[in-house]
Structure formats: C-alpha cells, structure tokens
Write a protein that binds this ligand. Structure first.
Ligand code: SF4
Length: 255
C-alpha cells in the first residue's frame, strides 16, 4: 500500500518545524504537501528543496487550486521537479470557481508538460452529495488524470450517498477518466470495488471493523470504517459480503 506523509503546510510554519515534519522519509512512499498557504510563502521553492533533501522522491502538492491558477507558480514548481498535483474542491459554487481557475494551468500543461499528473478531489458533504455527479461532469473537459471522491461528512449516512457515488463513477468512466473513492468501504460499493482507494492506499484516519465484518470476504482487504463515523452511526449498514469474484484480486493489491 502506498503511504504518504501528509503535512498541512501553514504559512506561519518555520523551516525548522517543516524540517522536523519531513523526517523519516524512508517510512513513506511519498510526501503530500497540503498547502492552502503555500503561495503566501515566499519560500515555497525552498520548502520543496527541504522535502527533496529529506529524501522524498514522490512529492505531491495538494491545494484548493489557487496555486495552479497562476501558470507561473506551476512553472516554478514543475521546474523544481514537481509533477504530482491534487486540487481539492469543497461545496458546490467553490468547485466551479476553482475548476475554472485550474483550466489555465491545464492549458499550460497541454502545451509542453505532458508528465504532469493532475487529480481532482471532490469532498462529498451534505452540501454537494446530490450534485456530485454533475460537478464531476463539469470538470471532464479539463481532462484530469484522476478523480477522487472522498466521503467527508460524518453527519451523512454512507448508505444514503452511495447511489450518488456509483452514478458519479459511471459518469467519470464514460468520459474515460479514472476515478477512486475514499472512506466508503467495499461492502457498499459492490461491483465498483476496484475504485476503492483503501485497497492500495493508507492514510492517518483511525478506522475499525465491527458488527458483521469478521464474516466478510473483504475482511483482510478492508481497513474498516472511520471510528468517528461509527460513533454516530454504528455498524448496522455494513453487511458482510459473503462471496465476490473480486476478493482474491483485491487482496492481491496489498503489499
Ligand atoms: S469488512 Fe466490514 S466494513 Fe469492510 S467491506 Fe466487509 S462488511 Fe464492509
């Protein structure tokens, strides 16, 4: 499983603090710099240099799209060796605004930076879950390399949003854009198991299995459910999958 060291990079963080956070690169497959404040730092290229000095070969810039709205930022980051970008969109109207902002960078990429990998993450919440398929459809003309649907609102029931997630997967695949989900377990996405990112990725969320899970064919592959979610909703909606043609393949995805 790929494991990223996820660092929320604040504008006020000192380089000494950043260096400490970048330690232990050998324990991770890469570094995800979550940087809403990155462009307000005049030293953002130095920060990238610190990450490289710390030993990270795979560095991903995670932002709300603001940093990509100015092609000169993209140019500088690209020249510093960054080719992995993730734009994270929340809500409904902001998604449109940020999507438009990123178009410019895509145009730049189309000209001469074919090795840039661009993922667009949609945070699924009560404000947008009913429109999530439409939102994903809106960004299709930008030809991102990957769409990520991340369940981010523990007030919502996962069972309630799952039909919208499935429809959105179909929308993306029809447009030939690969799409993955986060935080929704395999049992709720039968038939769409190969889109569940937790089969190959791991993050820092504290999860657990419970209820029906020991009987499930995916018990060895499933990282479980966010503990904050089960505190509110319990395990009743997660029914063990007793048989699946994909269970062996999915187990094989884990290292
Ligand atoms: S182990 Fe539990 S949560 Fe995971 S897929 Fe099976 S039933 Fe769902």
């Amino acid at each position: 499983m790929l494991k990223y060291n996820q660092i929320p990079l604040k504008p006020s963080m000192s380089q000494d603090k950043i260096k400490k956070d970048f330690k232990n690169a050998d324990k991770y497959d890469g570094l995800a710099l979550e940087c809403e404040g990155l462009i307000s730092r005049t030293d953002f290229l130095d920060v990238v240099g610190l990450a490289k000095d710390a030993g990270y070969k795979r560095i991903k810039i995670v932002s709300n799209g603001q940093i990509l709205a100015d092609p000169s930022h993209l140019e500088k980051l690209y020249n510093a060796g960054i080719t992995l970008f993730e734009v994270s969109l929340v809500g409904f109207s902001q998604a449109a605004a940020n999507g438009i902002a990123t178009i410019r960078s895509f145009e730049v990429r189309a000209k001469d930076k074919k090795d840039i990998f661009l993922a667009i993450r949609f945070k699924v919440t009560k404000e947008n879950y009913e429109y999530i398929s439409l939102m994903v459809h809106q960004v299709m003309p930008f030809r991102p390399d990957r769409i990520i649907l991340s369940f981010e609102d523990n007030e919502l029931s996962m069972t309630e949003i799952t039909p919208h997630i499935k429809l959105t997967i179909q929308t993306s695949l029809l447009n030939q854009i690969w799409i993955v989900t986060e935080r929704v377990p395999l049992c709720l996405l039968e038939g769409y198991e190969h889109h569940v990112s937790e089969t190959v990725l791991t993050d820092s969320i504290k999860r657990s299995q419970g209820g029906d899970c020991p009987k499930c064919v995916y018990a060895d592959s499933c990282q479980g459910i966010d503990k904050e979610y089960t505190k509110k909703h319990g395990f009743d909606e997660f029914k063990a999958v007793l048989k699946s043609p994909y269970a062996k393949d999915i187990k094989g995805l884990r290292r």
